[in-house]
Ligand binder design. Structure first.
Ligand SMILES: Nc1ncnc2c1ncn2[C@@H]1O[C@H](COP(=O)(O)OP(=O)(O)OP(=O)(O)O)[C@@H](O)[C@H]1O
Ligand SMILES: [Mg+2]
Length: 148
C-alpha cells in the first residue's frame, strides 16, 4: 500500500498523472471516497497521463454512467453513484468494458458494483482531511495467479 497526502487539487491530479504512466492497459481502478473527496480530479490526472488531450472535459458521467476518453490508451470512466440495481450494469455492458485488455477503466463508487469488479483491481481511497488536504491510499488488488 502506498499513502500520500496532497494539499491541492493540482497535487492530486499530478499524483494521478504520475501513476498513469506506470499502468498497464487492462488495469481497473476503483476510486473510493466521500462526495467531493477528489475521485473525478484523480481521474483527470489519469487521463492526462495517458495522453487524453481533452482532460479538462473529464467530469462525472452523471446521466450516462460512463465516459470514454481517447488517449494513447483509452480510458473508461464510470460513476456508479446513481446506479440503482446491478442489473443496469448488465445493460451497459459493464463487464465487457472491465475486461477490455487495451483500456484503463476508472470507477467512482465501485461499492455499487459488488463482486463484478475483478479482484486484481487497484484501489485508490481518498480521505478528506481539510478544505484542500486529502490522504490518498493506493492499494494493489489480489493477483490472479502466481508469478503474474
Ligand atoms: N487535495 C485535493 N485533491 C483533490 N481535490 C481537492 C483537493 N483540495 C481541494 N479539492 C477540491 O475538492 C473537489 C473534489 O471534487 P471531485 O469532483 O474530484 O470529487 P469526487 O470525489 O469526484 O466527488 P463526487 O463523489 O461528487 O463525484 C474539487 O472542487 C477540488 O478542487
Ligand atoms: Mg466525481
Amino acid at each position: 500500500m502506498k499513502t500520500l497526502t496532497t494539499f491541492s487539487s493540482h497535487d492530486t491530479r499530478l499524483a494521478a498523472k504520475r501513476l498513469a504512466k506506470t499502468l498497464k492497459p487492462g488495469t481497473v481502478i476503483r476510486l473510493e471516497g466521500n462526495l467531493g473527496s477528489g475521485k473525478t480530479t484523480f481521474i483527470k490526472g489519469i487521463a492526462e497521463g495517458l495522453g487524453v488531450s481533452s482532460a479538462e472535459e473529464v467530469t462525472s458521467p452523471t446521466f450516462v454512467l460512463m465516459h470514454l476518453y481517447r488517449g494513447r490508451v483509452p480510458v473508461y470512466h464510470f460513476d456508479l453513484y446513481r446506479l440503482e440495481t446491478e442489473a443496469e450494469l448488465e445493460t451497459l455492458g459493464f463487464e465487457e468494458f472491465l475486461n477490455d485488455p487495451s483500456a484503463i477503466c476508472c470507477i467512482e463508487w465501485p461499492e455499487k458494483a459488488g463482486d463484478l469488479i475483478p479482484a486484481n483491481a487497484l484501489t485508490v481511497h481518498l480521505e478528506i482531511n481539510g478544505p484542500e488536504q486529502r490522504t490518498l491510499r493506493i492499494t494493489e488488488g489480489k493477483k490472479h495467479a502466481k508469478g503474474k
